[in-house]
Design a protein around this ligand. Structure first.
Ligand code: COA
Length: 172
């Protein structure tokens, strides 16, 4: 399969925060933001794999900044690493000041998607990913540790098999 770049899957979704989507503090409800992130990430995973994908895991989400009612929110998702049948998708969330146009990073998340064969519904191989920029290379390098952590937490990998993850804590 021909390798793809993160820019091939880049998905940008811009939307506004409406009253029905907020919590009692009039900030965007966390679950609504997760859904927006999942939609963008699903499109990115589909662009990379060229087929059907499902969300296998939400590996990390940081709600670092509240998103007030009326904000213009941009969700940017791109595949950060492809494994055999799974892909890590990195999602950056930006909010935009309507008056100055200045964007600030509000949030980020990392999801795992698995490509499925349309006929059998079983996991199917995805193209490799070749990172280009420094940030893409950093995200690519760390993705293996995140995959191992996610599999250990899901009870699908024994901690002593998570070699790269262990090296992070033990030096080698
Ligand atoms: C995701 C799903 C296809 C995985 O099925 P499975 O039987 O565990 O499949 P496998 O063990 O062959 O794993 C497939 C890939 O997913 C990866 N994977 C599975 N669970 C994972 C997890 N919790 N975290 C990270 N990766 C995971 C595996 O490592 C493997 O990756 P690789 O082939 O790139 O090495 C299956 O659990 C499923 O269909 N879940 C429902 C998905 C869904 O409906 N999502 C919508 C929200 S409800």
């Amino acid at each position: 399969m021909t390798a793809k770049k993160p820019s091939d899957s880049l998905t940008v979704m811009t939307d506004i925060v409406l009253p029905g989507e907020t919590n009692i503090l009039k900030n965007l409800f966390g679950g609504e933001l997760l859904a927006r992130m999942d939609r963008a990430a699903s499109i990115a995973a589909g662009r990379h794999s060229g087929g059907i994908t499902v969300t296998a895991s939400v590996n990390h989400v940081a709600f670092t900044q509240a998103v007030p009612l009326g904000s213009v929110v941009t969700v940017e998702a791109a595949v950060s690493r492809a494994f055999s049948t799974s892909m890590e998708v990195f999602i950056d969330v930006w909010i935009e000041n309507r008056f100055t146009g200045k964007r600030s990073k509000a949030n980020e998340g990392i999801y795992t998607f698995v490509a499925l064969n349309e006929a059998t519904g079983k996991p199917t191989p995805v193209p490799p990913l070749e990172p280009e920029t420094e940030l893409e290379k950093e995200r690519f390098a760390a993705a293996l540790r995140r995959k191992q952590l996610s599999l250990v937490l899901a009870g699908k990998m024994k901690p002593n098999e998570a070699t790269e993850l262990k090296a992070l804590f033990m030096g080698d």
